[in-house]
Ligand binder design. Structure first.
Ligand code: NAD
Length: 290
């Protein structure tokens, strides 16, 4: 296929390279001066999108996505697929899909989980919103860039699935970290805490697969000085998107709200910026109730 790829950053760069390695012709654009293996870069988003079978975007936020959509939709050919893999607000995803639809394009929102390692290794999970026809066209590309693509329903539903998942993740990571910090104060060693909880009803992905305590459980960013991994800043972004969506849909999400507030304080007022989101554990360590 002929593919346009816009946003060649930490995630987009390796995703584009994997498509090129699989034999697709990839033409890319990024506002930063980047060079990406296997990708021919051109001077504008519109140029990268012109006459392609599929155009993929991997951008920082919904505002930038909307601006890029305005630039590329007029140059895309009818029947082509506009595949956005960025994590953005549900409203922007639906807005862009509608604009694409009006221009006779097929639109998909397909945010990912799996992080930079997943992008490099081609093992991402895609959560996809859009029509069956669009999903089928993009499926071979999901299989190259990832190991799983779940079709979640119409446009916007991929973003909805992503932020609901990460709202659970943010809240369970905080709960796991505060429980470890309480266990410390009660004199319970961390290995015993892990051995019990990871096989009891308090278990979760945060405890079992990504344990925030160094030296305990599987290898995780905690064993690497809390270098991300999944940065607390990105968790904060996703929690904010979840609360923006909850506000718009009038959904009561007190745990998500509290998780957002805690990550905001951690990233913006404490030392959380640039650290893994599991660094909530050293944050809670030693803190009292005051
Ligand atoms: P990044 O900042 O490394 O990459 C974004 C790229 O977009 C940059 O290279 C930037 O120069 C480019 N860009 C910005 N404005 C542009 C424009 N108008 N036209 C063209 N290019 C433009 O970010 P990333 O880590 O690659 O993340 C991309 C998206 O993936 C985000 O929405 C993020 O939330 C999501 N995501 C990231 C991770 C992760 O672990 N990094 C995991 C899951 C999802």
């Amino acid at each position: 296929m002929n593919i346009g790829f816009i946003g060649l950053g930490n995630m987009g760069g390796p995703m584009a390279t994997n498509l090129a390695k699989a034999g697709h012709v990839v033409t890319g654009f990024d506002t930063a001066d980047v060079s990406v293996e296997g990708v021919e870069t051109v001077g504008s988003a519109a140029e990268a999108a012109a006459d392609q079978d599929i155009v993929i975007t991997m951008l920082p936020n919904g505002q930038i996505l909307r601006a890029v959509a305005d630039q590329i939709i007029p140059s895309m050919r009818a029947g082509a697929v506009f595949l956005d893999c960025s994590t953005v607000d549900v409203e922007s995803a639906r807005h862009v899909a509608e604009a694409a639809d009006q221009a006779d394009l097929l639109a998909l929102d397909a945010p990912v989980s799996g992080g930079i390692g997943g992008a490099q290794g081609g093992t991402l999970t895609f959560m996809v919103g859009g029509s069956d026809a669009a999903f089928l066209k993009a499926k071979p590309l999901f299989e190259i860039m990832g190991q799983k693509a779940v079709h979640c329903g119409p446009s916007g539903n991929g973003q909805a699935a992503k932020i609901c998942n990460n709202m659970i993740l943010g809240a369970t990571m905080i709960a796991t970290c505060e429980a470890f910090a309480l266990a410390d104060k009660l004199g319970l060693d961390r290995q015993s805490m892990f051995d019990v909880v990871s096989t009891s009803s308090g278990y979760s992905w945060s405890m079992n697969a990504y344990c925030p305590a160094p030296g305990v459980g599987p290898q995780s960013p905690a064993d690497n000085g809390y270098k991300p991994g999944f940065a607390a800043d990105l968790m904060l972004k996703d929690l904010r998107l979840s609360q923006q969506a909850a506000e718009a849909a009038d959904a009561d999400t007190p745990m998500g709200q509290r998780a957002m507030e805690l990550y905001a304080r951690f990233v913006e007022e404490e030392d959380g910026a640039g650290r893994d989101f599991s660094a909530m554990l050293p944050r809670f360590e030693g803190r009292g109730r005051g």
